[in-house]
Design a protein around this ligand. Structure first.
Ligand code: NAP
Length: 554
C-alpha cells in the first residue's frame, strides 16, 4: 500500500504505521498511539504516523545537542558533500515521495514530482552557497570609529545556533522542510523536524533520503504527531535554539510562546493583484487564473484578491470566467488543475466565506459547487470590504474581485490588510508600476506577473502578520548562524612592532603556507592581521618560490 517505488522505504514502516526518526534509527513510539492521515480525495485513512510522546521529544533534543557539537567541527566541505549526496538520493526517489504527496495532500501528480526535484536542487544550491558564505569572515579595524587609534582588530565569523526546530506546512511538506533542513545543516546546526500531519509521510520519506546519505546519528530527527498535541511542547522546549516555522496564524501564537530564540516565521497572505486600465488584459487573465487557482489556491502566494479598475473589470471578469470553465476539476492522480482541498474542515471554512459573500450580495460568476473536499473554481465579483472574503485567506479555489475607481483605492485596500506577504501590479507604465509597488506594504511585489515564492535563492519574506525575518537560501543560512568576534587589542608598543615587523611577518606566513610544516613562525593571529592590512604598507614579500632559509637569513 503505502510504500511505493524502489522499496527502500520499507525500513520506515511498522505494519500499517510509519515510524519516526531518532538517533539515526526508525522507531515505534512508546505511546502506542498513531495519527491518521486522511486522503483528501477518497476521504479515507491513507496512512498512519506515530504519535510521539514528550519523553521521546526530550530524547531527540538531547541526542541533537550532542550530535551538533561534533557536526559543528566537521569541515564545511564535508557537510556540503553530505548535503549533495542527500539531494541526489532525494531526486533519485522522486517517484515514491511524489506519490505520497498525491495521496496525502492531493497535489496534482506532475506538481508533486516537481516539488521533490526542486527540493533536491534547493539542497544542492544550499550546500554550494554555504561553502561560499560560511567560508568567509570579516576583519574590522578600530580607527574608523571616532576617537580610536588603529590598535584594535576584530575578526568576526559565523557559528551555528545549536538545535533548529523546523515546522513546515501541509502545502509544500517536502520543499518547505528542506528549505529549513539544508541551511540548518550546512551552517553546522542539528535539526529536529515536526512535519505537518497531512504531508508527514512524504516528509518521512524525504528524511530517509538524508538517512541514506549517512549523516551522523542524532543530527537529524523527525517527530510526528498532531501539532495541537505536541506543538507547544516542541516550540517551548529548552533544547531548541532556533525555530523556523511556515504556516498560518499558528505562527503568531508560537511567536508569543517561544522563548528567547531566533524565529523565522513565514505565515499567511492576502496577496493583492492591482490591475490598471492600460494593462495587457490577456496577460492579466492568465496570471489571475494561474496565480489564484494553481493547486486549488492552496499557496501562500496565491492571488487572493483582485483589485481592478472599474473600466476594464467587465472585460477581465469575462476572460477569467472563460478560462476557469476550461480548468480540469478532479483527482490529483489525473493531474487535474483543481483537486480536493486538504481537509474537510478547510472545505467547510472556504464554504463559510462563500456563504458570507452570498448573503452580503457578491456576484457569483459560477454556481457554487462542492463534492466532499472538492470545490469547483469560483470567481466572486463585486466583492465589498464588509465581506469576510475581502480580508481572509480562503486557501481554496475561490477568488474575490473588488472593483476600484483609483489606484489609491487599490493601494489602500492592500495596505489595510493585516497581511503583507506579496502582491502584484499589472500596467504597461513602468513608472507607475514602480510607484505602486513601492507604496504596497508587502514583502515582494511582482510587476506584470502573479505572486510566487522562488526561485528558492531569492529573498522571501512577509511584513506584518505575514512573517518575521526573511527566507531564501542565503538569508536562511545567515539566520541560522550567529556572529562571534575574536577581538585583539594591542598596546602602542605592540602596534609599532607590528608595523615594523609587518614585512617580515608577511614573509613568514608565506613560507608557512609553502612548506606546510606547521611551525609557528609567528602568532598566527598576528600574521592574519598583518596580511589583511598589508595593502596599507609597502611589502617586499618574497616570490612564491622562496625557501625558508632565504627568508630567515634576509
Ligand atoms: P498551520 O495550520 O499553521 O500548520 C503549520 C504547521 O504547524 C503544521 O506542521 C502543523 O502541524 C503545525 N502546528 C499546528 N499547531 C501547532 C502548535 N501549537 N505548535 C507548533 N506547531 C503546530 O498551516 P497549514 O494549514 O499547514 O498551512 C497553510 C498556511 O500556511 C496558510 O496560512 C499559508 O498562507 C501558510 N503558508 C505560508 C507560507 C509562507 O512562506 N509565507 C508558505 C506556505 C504556506 P499539524 O499539521 O500536525 O497540525
Amino acid at each position: 500500500m503505502a510504500v511505493a517505488g524502489t522499496g527502500v522505504f520499507a525500513d520506515i514502516l511498522d505494519g500499517e504505521v510509519y515510524k519516526y526518526y531518532a538517533d539515526g534509527e526508525w522507531r515505534v513510539s512508546g505511546s502506542g498511539k498513531s495519527v491518521a492521515i486522511v486522503n483528501p480525495t477518497t476521504r479515507q485513512t491513507q496512512y498512519r504516523v506515530q504519535a510521539c510522546t514528550q519523553e521521546e521529544v526530550n530524547k531527540v533534543m538531547d541526542a541533537a545537542k550532542v550530535a551538533q557539537k561534533a557536526w559543528a567541527r566537521t569541515p564545511l566541505w564535508k557537510r556540503a558533500e553530505l548535503l549533495h549526496k542527500a539531494a541526489a538520493i532525494l531526486k533519485e526517489h522522486k517517484a515514491p515521495i511524489a506519490e505520497c504527496l498525491v495521496k496525502e495532500i492531493a497535489k496534482p501528480a506532475k506538481d508533486a514530482v516537481s516539488e521533490v526535484v526542486r527540493s533536491g536542487d534547493l539542497v544542492s544550491y544550499t550546500a554550494e552557497e554555504g561553502v561560499r558564505i560560511l567560508g568567509e569572515g570579516k576583519l574590522l579595524v578600530s580607527d574608523s570609529f571616532p576617537g580610536n587609534e588603529r590598535n584594535k582588530y576584530c575578526l568576526s565569523s559565523k557559528v551555528p545556533l545549536g538545535v533548529v526546530l523546523a515546522i513546515p506546512p501541509f502545502n509544500y511538506p517536502v520543499n518547505l522542510a528542506v528549505s529549513k533542513i539544508g541551511p540548518a545543516l550546512i551552517a553546522g546546526n542539528a535539526l529536529v523536524l515536526k512535519p505537518p500531519t497531512q504531508g508527514a509521510v512524504a516528509a518521512l520519506h524525504m528524511v530517509h533520503c538524508f538517512h541514506l546519505a549517512g549523516f551522523p546519528k542524532g543530527l537529524i530527527s523527525c517527530v510526528t504527531g498532531k501539532g495541537s498535541e505536541i506543538g507547544d511542547f516542541l516550540t517551548m522546549h529548552p533544547g531548541v535554539n532556533c525555530i523556523s516555522f511556515t504556516g498560518g496564524d499558528t505562527g503568531i501564537a508560537i511567536s508569543k510562546k517561544a522563548g528567547m530564540v531566533p524565529l523565522q516565521m513565514e505565515l499567511g497572505g492576502k496577496d493583492a493583484c492591482i490591475v490598471l486600465e492600460d494593462a495587457d488584459l490577456d496577460l492579466v487573465t492568465a496570471n489571475i487564473v494561474k496565480g489564484g487557482f494553481s493547486y486549488s489556491g492552496q499557496r501562500c502566494t496565491a492571488v487572493k484578491v483582485v483589485l481592478i479598475m472599474e473600466s476594464i473589470a467587465d472585460a477581465v471578469v469575462e476572460k477569467v470566467k472563460a478560462k476557469l470553465a476550461k480548468l480540469k476539476v478532479g483527482s490529483p492522480e489525473d493531474d487535474s488543475d483543481i483537486t480536493p482541498v486538504v481537509t474537510e474542515s478547510s472545505a467547510n471554512f472556504i464554504e463559510a466565506l462563500v456563504m458570507d459573500a452570498k448573503e452580503k450580495g457578491a456576484t457569483f460568476c459560477q454556481e457554487y459547487r462542492r463534492e466532499g473536499n472538492l470545490i469547483w473554481p469560483l470567481l466572486l465579483d463585486h466583492v465589498r470590504p464588509d465581506m469576510r472574503i475581502a480580508w481572509e485567506e480562503p486557501f481554496g479555489p475561490v477568488l474575490p474581485v473588488i472593483r476600484i475607481n483609483s489606484v489609491e483605492e487599490g493601494i489602500h485596500h492592500c495596505n489595510a490588510s493585516n497581511f503583507g506577504l506579496q502582491g502584484c501590479v499589472f500596467t504597461k507604465d513602468i513608472n507607475k508600476a514602480i510607484m505602486i509597488s513601492d507604496a504596497m506594504e508587502t514583502g515582494t511585489v511582482q510587476i506584470n506577473s502573479a505572486p510566487a515564492r522562488g526561485p528558492d535563492h531569492f529573498p522571501f519574506q512577509g511584513l506584518k502578520d505575514s512573517g518575521i525575518g526573511s527566507q531564501g537560501i542565503t538569508n536562511s543560512i545567515n539566520m541560522m548562524t550567529k556572529i562571534i568576534n575574536d577581538e585583539y587589542s594591542m598596546t602602542k608598543y605592540q602596534a609599532n612592532l607590528l608595523w615594523l615587523g609587518l614585512e617580515r611577518l608577511v614573509r613568514c606566513e608565506s613560507v608557512n603556507r609553502q612548506d606546510g610544516d606547521g611551525d609557528a613562525d609567528a602568532d598566527p593571529r598576528f600574521v592574519v592581521v598583518a596580511r589583511l592590512l598589508g595593502q596599507h604598507y609597502p611589502s617586499n614579500a618574497p616570490p612564491a618560490t622562496a625557501d625558508r632559509t632565504e627568508v630567515i637569513d634576509d
